[in-house]
Design a protein around this ligand. Structure first.
Ligand code: PLP
Length: 423
């Protein structure tokens, strides 16, 4: 069979609009609420808190902003109000998911904290509870842990919660990628002392941008609303006692989100079908799909991912900005697959490069189950290199085209393109 280049690009994950979004944007125009106040904001907050099952949700300009204010809340609760010009986590270590997008961890640095990265486990590709336990042995003073649910798959929530409780540590839960996913029947976004979701353009539903802070603590919700609107005091003039931010969501953005929310479950069903078709299509290849703990969780299947089995990997070497590989019969590597997909006008992506391998965080501690450790070399990895789990998944894995507008026929072609990489 001859494979033709896709006429329309097959995306990794692009926005899927339904029409109601425009109606709510129009409503904002008609009522002249072109502001960070308005019915779309109120209604989106209500719908999200209802979906998640939390007492309140605060609409913000981004998931990153929600994470930042979470770090600030956590820092002030743990260490008191910082002096003017100082961060709420200044000089404090914070345990963080290692294999995630950098927006999970940057807010720790915004507040002056030092991220300590915790290695990944193979069962769900999230923070390894055993490595976390090890980290508390090494740094018993730590009181804050930031956990993400990568690619929409919940991590080992109960285990991590138990360890944090034992050590008196708080959790910031980054559910940016997992909106709609559940763990033991409860929505992600309910497990942190502070939790967030994102409505960035490539997420499961989107406002083009935006995020929310989720909480059962109405006092925290009040603080986040206040901080996000320049921390104005209740006075006839602009009165300020605290540092403020311009982090509130626009009523236009909220209109898009309001129109998208009724379609969340439909998007999840489409993404799940994509995952299942890949799993079926790849069953005779030496590859694994991203793992799911079906006993405890139902992911939102935001991105379908895969790893190539070790014995089927051709040699692939990554520097900081470039990559080389040596093609080999019957073997393959993520770079080769990604290049093939590009040739046919389809978009995949490498696994999120782990934080401990990022130049910006090179000097931060990194903890594996064996204690403090790093891959012996980040720049050169071959069969002889002892790798941490994050580095191993990064080396052998990739994110597959997971757009919910990709047809089953398109996906069959994507599967065929990947099969041929192993010829
Ligand atoms: C997208 C994302 C964020 C940031 O959300 P924004 O709304 O883009 O600021 C944070 N963490 C993870 C894991 C993400 O994927």
């Amino acid at each position: 069979m001859e494979i033709k280049r896709f006429e329309n690009k097959v995306w990794l994950s692009s926005p899927s609009m339904h029409g109601e979004e425009l109606k709510y944007i129009q409503e904002a125009f008609d009522t002249n609420w072109l502001s960070t106040v308005g019915a779309n904001i109120n209604e989106s907050e209500r719908l999200v808190s209802e979906k998640i099952g939390c007492k309140d949700a605060v609409a913000l300009s981004s998931g990153t902003a929600a994470l930042h204010l979470s770090m600030k809340l956590a820092g002030e609760r743990l260490y008191g109000q910082p002096k003017a010009g100082h961060g709420a986590l200044e000089g404090k270590r914070v345990f963080c998911t290692d294999m995630t997008f950098d927006a999970t961890v940057n807010p720790v640095a915004y507040e002056g904290g030092e991220a300590v990265f915790i290695d990944t486990e193979y069962d769900t590709w999230n923070m390894d509870p055993k490595a976390l336990e090890k980290a508390f042995e090494i740094y018993p003073e730590v009181k804050l842990v930031v956990v993400a649910h990568l690619y929409g798959t919940p991590g080992k929530v109960d285990e991590i919660r138990a360890i944090c409780d034992k050590h008196g540590a708080l959790i910031v839960e980054d559910a940016a990628e997992s909106f709609g996913a559940t763990y033991k029947g409860k929505q992600t976004g309910l497990f942190g002392d502070y939790s967030i979701i994102s409505f960035n353009g490539n997420k499961i539903i989107t406002g083009s941008s935006g995020g929310m802070f989720l909480t059962n603590n109405l006092e925290d919700a009040h603080k986040v609303r206040k901080w996000s609107t320049q921390a104005r005091e209740n006075a006839p003039w602009y009165q300020h006692e605290e540092l403020g931010y311009n982090y509130r969501m626009s009523n236009i953005i909220a209109g898009i989100i309001r129109g998208q929310l009724p379609h969340l479950d439909e998007h999840i069903a489409q993404k799940k079908a994509i995952y299942q078709r890949y799993k079926e299509g790849f069953k005779d290849l030496p590859i694994q799909m991203n793992p799911i703990d079906f006993e405890n969780s139902e992911p939102n299947y935001w991105l379908s991912c895969m790893t190539i089995n070790k014995e089927a990997m051709c040699k692939q070497v990554r520097g900081e900005q470039e990559v080389l590989y040596i093609p080999e019969k019957g073997k393959c590597c993520p770079t080769q697959i990604l290049e093939e997909l590009v040739k046919y006008n389809a978009e995949g992506r490498p696994i999120w490069k782990p934080m401990h391998m990022q130049p910006i965080y090179r000097m931060n501690p990194f903890i594996t189950v064996n204690g403090s450790g790093r891959a012996r070399s980040n720049a050169y990895i071959d069969e002889g290199t002892v790798m941490d789990v994050s580095a191993d998944i990064f080396q052998r894995g990739l994110c597959l085209p997971s757009d919910n507008k990709m047809t089953a026929e398109d996906q069959e072609i994507v599967i065929e393109i990947i099969k041929r990489c192993f010829d």
